[in-house]
Design a protein around this ligand. Sequence first.
Ligand code: PRP
Ligand code: ADE
Length: 176
Amino acid sequence: MDNTTSELAASIRSIPDYPKPGIIFRDITTLLGNPRAFRRAVDELVQPYAGTKIDKIAGMEARGFILGGAVAHQLSSGFVPIRKKGKLPHDTVRIAYSLEYGVDEMEMHRDAVQPGEKVILVDDLIATGGTAVGATKLLRQMGAEVVGACFVIDLPDLGGRRKLEELGVVVHTLVE
Ligand code: PRP
Ligand code: ADE
């Protein structure tokens, strides 16, 4: 582990049996509250895309909004919120998905992306990949090109990264 990886890993708190028994919840609020770790995480997330024209960052509610907003600012890109159902006011596309501890539905505004726009997904963590795969499908349904996805944390045993890569999305993560 290099210095940045170990500093980031040390700034993430683990909560056993949350939100359900048997789940170890990786809590990034401690990373976000640490100015140095927050800056480093955003800098590292952005690094593979520096100098590339990315039209939009898509962030998944809710933790993907915090990191995705910062990444969009760094890359001078727009931001697309992918929200849990019922939160967006205009015409939406919706998809059901499952994640490590439940099932839900997510939505995106139909006019949030234009055909051919280059989009990067940003979230704090990839576990089963259900959330990121759902978001990729919504974006592609609206004609966007999902050129990459980045996460602070990968839980490799849950196989999400592989699922996303099988869809042709290049995945960048900082900590396992
Ligand atoms: C968490 C996390 C990812 C997702 C990853 O979000 O922020 O979005 O789970 O899990 P998966 O790879 O198994 O799909 P959550 O739905 O708990 O929402 P929150 O950010 O609103 O807490
Ligand atoms: N989302 C899915 N699995 C998670 C975990 N173990 N910790 C935090 N967020 C998650």
